[in-house]
Design a protein around this ligand. Sequence first.
Ligand code: GSH
Length: 213
Amino acid sequence: MKLYDYFRSSAAYRVRIALNLKGIAPERAFVHLRQGAQREAGYLDLNPQWLVPLVVTDDGEMVTQSLAIIEWLDETHPAPPLLPGTPLERARVRSLALTVACDIHPLNNLRVLQYLTGPLGASDGARDAWYAHWCEVGLGALETRLAREPATGRCCHGDAPTLADICLVPQLANARRVPLDLAQFPTLLAIEAACLALPAFAAAAPALQPDAE
Ligand SMILES: N[C@@H](CCC(=O)N[C@@H](CS)C(=O)NCC(=O)O)C(=O)O
């Protein structure tokens, strides 16, 4: 298996956590997003969406989209499970994960930020305000839910990590790049601390990756 990765990509960070939880160490290729390597012919041929992560399976099949990769991993390597046992529980975990993956992260993606400061002429301050605003709105909703829903445990769903934690922890790392007071999210910070105490999460951190700068 081969993972196309970039240390600062939070979507790739999700996949790194899932791989670590499953005890899988794939071959790695690093796509330097800040230098635009995702738009170069070699990578574009693999993923016309010019995004990481991308996984090439042992059979040479390509899988894009971090949540699709993680669910594929979970189906092919069931232990430990990344989704809970009942349909309703799985819906809760996916709903938490998708709040990050669909409603927060895409608004903060590199190419969106570059479009704001490039063609739309926004200042760096306006770009950071955009980033912080959408993090605050999305993380605020997650804080409200996780603080009041009884299914929350040390992790987003009970005491074992699931897809929801795999999305939350990288998003909090992203949120620290802009001026945003994360103390307003005590439940999220407690879950993050519990997850980062696990080796699978700790080892996936951006600063520990071979391409970290
Ligand atoms: N929905 C995609 C999002 C992937 C994504 O946005 N990747 C970012 C890094 S976190 C990327 O490759 N950005 C390149 C760019 O914006 O040019 C997924 O979950 O895999």
